[in-house]
Design a protein around this ligand. Structure first.
Ligand SMILES: Nc1nc2ccc(CNc3ccc(C(=O)NCCCC(=O)O)cc3)cc2c(=O)[nH]1
Length: 212
């Protein structure tokens, strides 16, 4: 399956997908053929170039509406023959027209155990909620943000304890890094399930697993 990855920044999840799809000993049935960024000069573009993956920068400020920007992205993805789109730190909300066109072929990784802690700063929300376990979720992208069917989740413990006067508890940064380690495992495994058609999205927006 041909994969397009949408990024806005460093692209650490892009790197995990690059490593997984170029690993000679592990075939996940997916090849990244295009990386699109809505921002120029971000680390993620360098990661793609180092891996000889074609890149495009589509600046959303060059388009008058969200729909026109999304249409431009859609056209580049179609031109590249993309079958599956992965969001990797992509920070623009996608229009319903785009999510409908890519329904069942568009996934994202969220740094929390959905449906908990939707939106931005999910890691900070988890610490402030006082939960003892959080994690990450790979889900289908629907128009309703962070609400699509979940493909894979990984759990990550939150180190608790006083942060003053001695620092033993997790800061947000500590937790962000620990969740990233789980993300970099979860995303390639979810992509493999989708690319090898072991899982698909049903018409009722529920997951359908292919029984062996
Ligand atoms: N329609 C749809 N689109 C998405 C776009 C990105 C992400 C990635 N996670 C994201 C989830 C939320 C945001 C967010 O609230 N950003 C501030 C507003 C930015 C803007 O004005 O665009 C960004 C990325 C998920 C979704 C999704 O679940 N559904």
């Amino acid at each position: 399956k041909k994969v397009g990855v949408l990024i806005s920044g460093t692209g650490t999840n892009l790197q995990a997908l690059i490593d997984a799809t170029t690993n000679p000993t592990r075939h996940i049935g997916a090849e990244i053929v295009l990386v699109i960024s809505n921002k120029m000069d971000v680390e993620g573009l360098k990661r793609a170039e180092r891996a000889n993956i074609p890149t495009k920068v589509l600046r959303h400020t060059n388009y008058s509406t969200r729909e026109e920007f999304d249409e431009a992205m859609h056209n580049e993805l179609i031109k590249a023959g993309v079958d599956i789109v992965c969001l990797a730190g992509f920070m623009r909300i996608l229009s319903g027209a785009f999510t409908r066109k890519w329904k069942g072929r568009l996934i994202n990784i969220h740094p929390a155990l959905l449906p908990l802690f939707k939106g931005t700063q999910a890691q900070k929300q988890a610490i402030e909620a006082g939960v003892r376990v959080t994690g990450c979720s790979v889900h289908f992208v629907e128009e309703d943000v962070d609400a699509g069917a979940i493909i894979t989740q990984e759990t990550v413990p939150i180190h608790v304890g006083e942060t003053v006067p001695i620092h033993v508890g997790d800061t947000v940064e500590d937790l962000v890094e620990r969740i990233k380690t789980a993300e970099h495992r979860a995303y390639p495994s979810a992509l493999q399930l989708l690319a090898t058609e072991q899982v698909k999205l049903g018409d009722n927006n529920k997951l359908i697993w292919k029984l062996k």
